[in-house]
Design a protein around this ligand. Structure first.
Ligand code: GLN
Length: 200
């Protein structure tokens, strides 16, 4: 099999920072804006940005249905900050459209002043080595995780990282750090999901 291709949803937000990190890891990465481009990637990152805008744009660009289909065929998806909100089943006190694929309830802009924009060392389940530098920018937290969605890191007693099979969500922004460990973890999910995805 050739090497995997990672897409970064390029409708709005910090797309470029993910592409730079993936280039550093020598991964074939590209911006995805259309259903056609989506069909060519083995995994998708939904970056940070503004969740109400991107939730609506996914529908307008005709991306919601093909994206849900790819996820149903076990394509890995990782949402950072806004991306995790867009993936969530439920956003507390909001009717905004989401993909509803991650079995979590999130609260937007949830951390108070002290963590509104901060770097906090995080202990992440299964990630070896030193604590991960968690960069938080008007970040959501995870109120509840259901079914097979498992919290992998917490801050102030609230979930800030979740994994559900091939789906990953982080409240924080690994693409704004020098630490590639979570990008590598996602890449690993993509590598392992490829045979199943290719068989569809
Ligand atoms: N506050 C944004 C939202 O709710 C998310 C912020 C971010 O992605 N850095 O959509």
């Amino acid at each position: 099999m050739s090497s995997p291709v990672i897409g970064v949803l390029g409708l709005q937000g910090d797309v470029e920072e993910h592409l730079v990190m993936l280039a550093r890891l020598k991964v074939d990465a590209r911006r995805v804006k259309t259903a056609h481009e989506l069909a060519d990637v083995d995994g998708l990152i939904i970056p940070g940005g503004e969740s109400t805008t991107v939730g609506a744009m996914l529908n307008r660009f005709g991306l919601t249905k093909p994206l849900l289909e790819r996820v149903g065929n076990s394509m890995p998806v990782w949402g950072t900050c806004m991306g995790m909100i867009v993936m969530a089943e439920h956003v507390v006190d909001s009717e905004q459209p989401t993909l509803g694929i991650l079995h979590i309830d999130v609260t937007r802009n949830a951390f108070g002043r002290q963590v509104e924009s901060a770097e906090v060392p995080l202990t992440i389940a299964g990630l070896g080595g030193k604590p991960f530098p968690g960069v938080f920018i008007r970040a959501p937290w995870i109120e509840r995780a259901r079914d097979n969605a498992k919290i992998m890191a917490s801050l102030d007693g609230k979930g800030v990282m979740v994994r559900q099979g091939n789906l990953l969500g982080t409240s924080f922004h690994p693409e704004l750090t020098d630490d590639p460990r979570i990008h590598k973890l996602f890449l690993d999910l993509v590598e392992r999901a490829r045979p199943a995805l290719a068989a569809r």
